[in-house]
Design a binder for this molecule. Structure first.
Ligand code: GLA
Length: 386
């Protein structure tokens, strides 16, 4: 992101004065999909693209916000009950409200922001916004006393309360805690995490964007979550002596046992989640052993589960996955929430050019446009730029 670009718009659209600049990245996820809200493990990393905002307190009780990419301007009072209608502005409004709930006395400010995380690509442009605004509010109004975890949780609460997506914590976590060159294994139950330097000798990570716009707010994502919760509740009902909070606490035997108590669809969803829990741990072992072929195998297994059991794929993503297999790509799968967006591919250096050329050619012959290609660079998390 270009600082001068954001600054020039901020100065132009407000009173000519400059403010502070903050940046937060989007994320990739190597493996562990739809496990975060099930208390499982995820394996994300921040990327080098994200959202940049310039912010300056304006001495009023109003937020004056300008979305540079959309050329849209919105104004709202800090204590407004409803909040703005424009979705992008609700991310700012939500973070302001969550910071106030944390006891921060947020005052009026001017803000202009822009992003270079592709929208709808499953790379968490929303979390990048939340954590960027959170980083700014923390610096300007809370003396940086709000912890990183509280910023993560404020971002998640913004999604739940103001956007309508009952997401987990992976995206906000990755955006806030990311470190250059490192992936992170997060246990979403205990919130313990570990950094894993990621430099696969001889391989590259590349995303192929199907350009099918993925949209998580609304029912399909929340429906998946509900199914998982139904199964966890059914297991709890059968075993009052155990403390079942999420599918994390359930076993394959438990699934078998509650088959008659929930729908077949719920069981199918839970089957994916239990398998995914094991696959993340498998990937960790394989990474430690430097066994990238095993990592790749598990990525393909995740794709199959997301496509057939969790049903969050689409024709275009399955097609990209087929092409990857046929080109001998080591691992490939849908990344993020699904319903469109990208595949993440672990590919040997010597196969890279052929894979990209073949994917572009075959995909465009079928769908009339090429997939977009993003080479993954694991970047630094949220920060004040200047
Ligand atoms: C979205 C959500 C995350 C997570 C992923 C799927 O990105 O925001 O919380 O559930 O989908 O792994």
């Amino acid at each position: 992101m270009d600082i001068e670009f954001v600054r020039s718009r901020f100065v132009k659209h407000f009173d000519g004065q400059t403010g502070n600049i903050y940046f937060s990245p989007g994320r990739i996820n190597l493996i562990g999909e739809h496990t975060d809200y099930n208390g499982g493990y995820v394996f994300p990393g921040a990327v080098d693209c994200g959202v940049m905002a310039e912010v300056r307190p304006n001495g009023t009780d109003k937020v004056m916000a300008y979305a540079i990419d959309l050329k849209d301007r919105v104004e709202f009072a800090i204590d407004d009950k409803e909040g703005p209608k424009a979705t992008w502005a609700r991310f700012i409004y939500g973070m302001v409200q969550e910071f106030r709930l944390l006891g921060v006395d947020v005052k009026g400010f001017n803000i202009a922001f822009a992003g270079d995380v592709p929208l709808g690509a499953g790379m968490s442009s929303s979390a990048a916004m939340e954590s960027c605004f959170g980083c700014a509010l923390n610096d300007l109004f809370a003396d940086n006393k709000i912890s990183k975890w509280d910023i993560v949780l404020a971002g998640q609460a913004t999604e739940h309360k103001y956007i309508g997506c009952n997401c987990g914590i992976m995206d906000q976590f990755a955006s806030v805690f990311g470190e250059e060159g490192k992936l992170m294994r997060l246990d979403c139950n205990s919130r313990e995490f570990e950094y894993f330097p990621f430099k696969p000798e001889g391989y590259r990570l590349v995303l192929l964007n199907s350009c099918v716009k993925h949209e998580l707010a609304g029912s399909p994502y929340n429906d998946r979550r509900n199914s998982c919760e139904n199964v966890a509740k059914a297991v709890q009902a059968k075993h009052p002596e155990r403390k079942i909070q999420t599918l994390r606490d359930c076993t394959w035997e438990d699934l078998e046992e509650v088959k008659g108590d929930v729908t077949a669809e719920d069981i199918q969803r839970a089957t994916f989640v239990l398998g995914e829990k094991d696959r993340v741990l498998g990937v960790c072992d394989a990474l430690v052993a430097g066994d990238y072929e095993k990592v790749g195998e598990l990525m393909y297994a995740t794709h199959d589960g997301l496509s057939k059991d969790y049903e969050v794929s689409c024709e275009e993503l399955d097609y990209l996955n087929d092409i990857a297999r046929e080109c001998g790509v080591t691992g490939s799968r849908i990344m993020g929430g699904g319903f469109g967006g990208c595949t993440i591919n672990l590919v040997k250096n010597e196969l890279y050019d052929d894979f990209i050329a073949t994917a572009k050619q075959r995909f465009s012959a079928k769908y009339g446009h090429e997939p977009k290609v993003y080479d993954v660079v694991i970047g630094q998390g949220s920060r004040k730029v200047c």
